[in-house]
Design a protein around this ligand. Structure first.
Ligand code: HEM
Length: 481
C-alpha cells in the first residue's frame, strides 16, 4: 500500500514538473506556447554542473559549451537552473530591449554585506531614481573637477612604490589607488581620520565578500558583516557632520543628501550608506584589475610601451614639463593610450559575465527561459569571439583604430539600464595614472608566472609582482649583506 502511494506521489510530482512550462503565462499576456528549453546539460541532481565550472578555468567551461550548443544553452550552477547567452543579440535582448522581463539577482549573503538598498540590487522606480543621482555625480562636468586631485593621488602612490625599492603586488596597490579615487568622488576632500576608518573596515568587508556565508562567529563572513555595520556608523557620523555644516557639495554624498522629489521624498540615511558602500565596491577591484592588466600588456610589449611614452611625453612637455595639471581635453586626446585601455578591457573582460533572473516565462528565438531561472550574459565569450574580433587572443590595440566594434560586441561596462555609470571615471583615473607612470617611472615585472587568477575578477598571477623606480634613477638592487 505504502509503495503504491509513493508511486502516486512520484507520478504526480513528475506530471507537475513536465507540465510546469505550459502552465505559465508570459507577462505581456502572450501565453507561452510549447517552447522547448535551450540545449545543454543540467548535470547531476542538486549539484548540476557546479563542479565542472569550478574545477577548471570558467572561460573554458563556457567556451566548450558554446562550441557544442551555440549562442544559448542551459546549465545548473550553485543550485540554480540557468540559461547562458553568448551572442550580442541575446545579450541585448536581456539587458536592453527586454530588460523589464529580467531582474538583477545576487546571493542574499552579498546583499547583506553591501547593504540591500544598493542600486544594483534593484529594478524599476527606486533603481532609476538612485541611478540618476549616482550618474550625475560621475558625469563629465563633475569628474573633470577631480583631475588635479586624481593626479595627486596617482603621483603620491607612484612615488611610494618607486621610492621603496620593494617588490609590490601591483593589483593590491592599484586597489588602494582606485579606493582613494572612489572616496574622492563620493566625499570630495574627506577628513583623514574618517578615510582611514572607512579604509580599515572596508578592507575587512572586501576580505569576507567571497567567503562562505555562515553564522559562526570569527569567520571571515561574520567579520565582514560586523565591519559593514561599523561602516554604516562611520557614514552616519560623516552625514551628520555634513548636515550640521549645511554644505551643498557636488560629490555623490552631496547628490544623495540634497535629493528631494516633487512629493518631498528624500533618500534615507540607510539608502545613502548602502549606495556609498555599493559604489566603492563596484569601483575598486574592477578599475584596479584593468590597470594591472595594462601594466602587464605594456611590459610585455616594449615597442608599444615606447609609443605610449612618446604620446604621453608630448602632453607632459606641452604642460611645461608636467608643471601644469592635465586638462579634460588632454585626457580625451590620448588616442594610442586609449586604444591600449580599450584592448585591455576586451582582453581581460573584467566582468566576464553577469546574472539576471527571469521574472516571467520568456520566449527567446523559440526557446523558453522559465520564470525564476538565472540568465547569464557571457561578455567575455563575445569579446573573445573571432567572428567579432579577429585573432581574439592577441593583444592588438590597433583593432580599435579605424572601425568601431559592431553593436553589442564590446561591453566591458555592460549594457542597458544597469550599464556602468562609473565608466568615464574609471577611464579617466586609468589614463591619469598611466600618464604619470610612463612619463616619470619605469617598472619591471618580477617572476615568470603567467596566467590568470580569479578573485573573482581576473588579474595576472599573484597580482603582478613588480618593482617601480623613478626614470632618472636605476632600479634599486637587493643587496645581500
Ligand atoms: C574598469 C572599471 C570598471 C568596469 C570594467 C566596470 C564594469 C561594470 C559592469 C559590466 C557593470 C554592469 C553589471 C551588470 O549589468 O550586471 C557595472 C555596473 C556598475 N558600476 Fe562599474 N565598472 C568599472 C568601474 C566603476 C567605477 C569606477 C564606478 C563608480 C565610481 C562603478 C560603478 C558602478 C555601479 C554603481 C554599477 C551598477 C549600476 C546599476 O546597477 O545601475 N563602476 N560596472
Amino acid at each position: 500500500m505504502e509503495t503504491v502511494s509513493i508511486l502516486l506521489y512520484v507520478i504526480l510530482f513528475l506530471s507537475v514538473l513536465v507540465s510546469y512550462p505550459f502552465l505559465r503565462k508570459q507577462k505581456r499576456g502572450v501565453p507561452v506556447k510549447r517552447f522547448k528549453l535551450p540545449p545543454g546539460s543540467m548535470g547531476w541532481p542538486y549539484i548540476g554542473e557546479t563542479l565542472q565550472l569550478y574545477s577548471q578555468d570558467p572561460n573554458i567551461f563556457f567556451l566548450t559549451k558554446q562550441k557544442r550548443y551555440g549562442e544559448i544553452f542551459k546549465s545548473h550552477i550553485l543550485g540554480c537552473p540557468c540559461v547562458m547567452l553568448a551572442s550580442p543579440e541575446a545579450v541585448r535582448f536581456v539587458l536592453v530591449t527586454h530588460a523589464d522581463l529580467f531582474k538583477p539577482t545576487y546571493p542574499k549573503s552579498k546583499e547583506k554585506m553591501i547593504g540591500p538598498s544598493a542600486l544594483f540590487f534593484h529594478q524599476g522606480e527606486y533603481h532609476t531614481r538612485l541611478r540618476k543621482l549616482v550618474q550625475s555625480s560621475l558625469a563629465p562636468d563633475t569628474i573633470t573637477k577631480l583631475i588635479a586631485d586624481i593626479e595627486d593621488i596617482a603621483v603620491s602612490a607612484l612615488e611610494s612604490w618607486g621610492g621603496s625599492g620593494q617588490v609590490i603586488n601591483t593589483f593590491y596597490e592599484m586597489k588602494k589607488f582606485s579606493f582613494d579615487v572612489g572616496i574622492l568622488s563620493i566625499f570630495g576632500h574627506l577628513d583623514r581620520g574618517y578615510k582611514e576608518k572607512l579604509e580599515e573596515n572596508y578592507r575587512i568587508v572586501d576580505q569576507g565578500y567571497n567567503s562562505f556565508p555562515t553564522n559562526i562567529p570569527g569567520t571571515a563572513y561574520q567579520k565582514a558583516l560586523l565591519a559593514s555595520k561599523r561602516l554604516n556608523q562611520i557614514l552616519g557620523e560623516i552625514i551628520y557632520e555634513r548636515k550640521e555644516k549645511g554644505l551643498v557639495e557636488k560629490d555623490l554624498l552631496g547628490h544623495l543628501l540634497n535629493f528631494k522629489d516633487e512629493k518631498g521624498q528624500t533618500v534615507t540615511e540607510d539608502q545613502i550608506a548602502d549606495n556609498i558602500i555599493g559604489v566603492l565596491f563596484a569601483a575598486q577591484d574592477t578599475t584596479a584589475s584593468v590597470i594591472t592588466w595594462i601594466l602587464k600588456f605594456l611590459h610585455d610589449d616594449q615597442k608599444l610601451l615606447e609609443a605610449v611614452k612618446t604620446e604621453q611625453k608630448a602632453i607632459y612637455e606641452s604642460n611645461n614639463g608636467g608643471k601644469s595639471p592635465l586638462t579634460w581635453a588632454q585626457t580625451r586626446s590620448m588616442p594610442l593610450t586609449y586604444r591600449v585601455l580599450l584592448e585591455s578591457l576586451r582582453m581581460a573582460s573584467i566582468i566576464s559575465f553577469t546574472f539576471r533572473e527571469a521574472v516571467v516565462d520568456v520566449e527567446y528565438k523559440g526557446y523558453l527561459i522559465p520564470k525564476g531561472w538565472k540568465v547569464m550574459p557571457l561578455f567575455r565569450n563575445i569579446h573573445h569571439n573571432p567572428e567579432f574580433f579577429s585573432d581574439p587572443h592577441n593583444f592588438d590595440p590597433s583593432r580599435f583604430e579605424q572601425i568601431a566594434p559592431k553593436p553589442n560586441t564590446f561591453m566591458p561596462f555592460g549594457n542597458g539600464v544597469h550599464a556602468c555609470p562609473g565608466n568615464k571615471l574609471a577611464k579617466l583615473e586609468t589614463l591619469i595614472l598611466i600618464h604619470h607612470l610612463v612619463t616619470k617611472f619605469r617598472w619591471e615585472v618580477v617572476g615568470s608566472q603567467s596566467g590568470i587568477q580569479y578573485g573573482p575578477f581576473p588579474v595576472p598571477q599573484q597580482g603582478l609582482p613588480a618593482k617601480f623606480w623613478k626614470e632618472s634613477s636605476s632600479p634599486i638592487q637587493d643587496v645581500c649583506p
